[in-house]
Design a protein around this ligand. Structure first.
Ligand SMILES: [Zn+2]
Length: 454
């Protein structure tokens, strides 16, 4: 065969192959849109396990549930990897009561990781700051013996950027307040649910240089109420009881991992997943039952297709994301120790509720970006556009990204996410089945593309 003819034959074969791959992605997408299994998985998790605080008995139940569910969904390999962390315990419902000048109760929730108030409640005057920034600039001793209140509102946005701007008040507020002498911290909940009396929990971090003081979040309307009292020009005194503790020693949990083994390149890994733990107030439907369910469903659907994926599709259900990304860090450390970082073709986590995906951002070598065209063609009918090349892998695959593994983010509409995030209202009814299916379609196309591409 002459050289020209040979290259024509090769090009034609390549073209036919590429066209077939695109056809496969399109039909997979349409199948996923009609598939009900993600909702069934999420219904099962939230009903049969419910809240699953890291280190609790329900956390163990969730692990058993995940292993059984993965086997039932056709994963051919299901195993666990150890993850250790200190177990924080909510010892009951915390309470806050205005003693004077206008006695009444306020609705609060202890922040994750907070110490308790002990056998004596904290009773003290309230000093208010409009923002974490204002608190961090306050003079030494200016809150001595008082309860600091951070009255900082969070802005609603599709991409959740308002959360990033506000969450420092929760994460670092207690130590910033302790630094100027405070005995306890109250924050306005980090959420967008104006009009709600449901507080948002979430983790805090203590600075080792400061005394550990108890910390809790007021519901949105109780933060409004306290702020109004403070405008009356009289000292406001609160009694605060925070019921929480940390169990002695390290708790051993696990990441649960399920695989659809690749046919020709089984050692190369397309890693997707969500975190299995949740906060204890709701049933963890949107955070992160949705991410767990949609990535399990997408992999399971791919596993059912006539042609198996070339590379292995691995679903990782991470332990204890909420209190410090313990599962994500352990996963990356294990890959590094086994010299497997180079085998991770792509890694992406779903951890932003069940809103529709509107954009895919990657973090890949620039030279590979042009080859993603068939992927974006297949995602386009789902309303998904190509984002930048500054993806993070989300919280749990972030540590893999830091080790140099290619990562991606399927960005979801989070306009309503922070109305329910980390609250008792994080329940199944907030999830729209058609939005969940759109996510499954996006994840299935995404995983299949990276599993098969040349
Ligand atoms: Zn989450």
């Amino acid at each position: 065969m002459c050289k020209t003819l040979l290259s024509i034959v090769i090009l034609a074969a390549f073209g036919a192959h590429a066209a077939r791959a695109e056809q496969d992605l399109a039909s997979l997408r349409e199948l996923a849109l009609k598939d009900q299994r993600a909702y069934a998985v999420l219904e099962s998790l939230t009903t049969e396990v419910g809240p699953r605080l890291a280190g609790s008995a329900a956390d163990k139940a969730a692990v058993a549930w995940a292993q059984a569910k993965m086997k039932a969904l056709g994963f051919d390999k299901v195993y666990t990897e150890k993850v250790s962390y200190p177990a924080w315990v909510r010892d009951g419902a915390s309470s806050a009561e205005v003693i004077s000048p206008f006695p009444q109760n306020l609705t609060i929730a202890a922040l994750g990781g907070s110490v308790g108030t002990g056998k004596d409640d904290v009773t003290a005057q309230v000093v208010s700051f409009d923002s974490f920034d204002a608190l961090s600039k306050a003079a030494a001793g200016s809150a001595a013996g008082k309860i600091v209140f951070i009255n900082q509102k969070m802005a609603r946005s599709r991409d959740g950027s308002g959360y990033g701007a506000a969450v420092t008040a929760r994460v670092a507020g207690a130590s910033a307040a302790a630094k100027i002498g405070a005995k306890a911290l109250l924050i306005r909940s980090i959420g967008t649910d104006a009009g709600s009396r449901t507080p948002h929990t979430g983790v805090l971090r203590y600075d080792a240089a400061q005394p550990r003081i108890p910390a809790a979040a007021l519901s949105y309307v109780d933060a409004d109420l306290l702020a109004r009292m403070l405008t009356r020009g009289k000292p406001v005194t609160l009694r605060l009881q925070v019921l929480a503790s940390v169990r002695a020693g390290e708790y051993s949990g696990v990441n649960v991992i399920g695989e659809i083994t690749g046919s020709t390149l089984p050692k190369e890994i397309v890693a997707i997943g969500g975190h299995l733990d949740s906060w204890d107030l709701g049933t963890g439907a949107i955070d992160d039952g949705a991410g767990v369910a949609m990535t399990m469903a997408a992999a399971s659907l791919i596993g059912e297709q006539k042609t198996p994926p070339k590379r292995t599709i691995r679903v990782v259900l991470f332990a204890n994301e909420e209190q410090g990304v313990y599962g994500g860090k352990a996963y990356a450390a294990a890959r590094k120790a086994a010299d497997e970082v180079k085998l991770q073709v792509i890694a992406a986590e779903s951890d932003f509720g069940s809103g529709r995906v509107y954009q895919l951002a990657t973090k890949l070598p620039e030279a590979q970006l042009a080859s993603l065209a068939p992927l974006f063609d297949a995602l386009k009918p789902l309303g998904i556009t190509q984002g930048d090349n500054k993806g993070s892998g989300s919280a749990d695959f972030g540590p893999m990204g830091e080790l140099g593994a290619p990562v991606a983010d399927l960005k979801q509409d989070g306009t309503e996410y922070f109305d329910f995030h980390h609250t008792a209202n994080d329940t199944l009814d907030k999830v729209k089945p058609e939005d969940l299916a759109q996510n499954v379609a996006a994840w299935a196309v995404f995983a299949r593309f990276f599993a098969d591409r040349d």
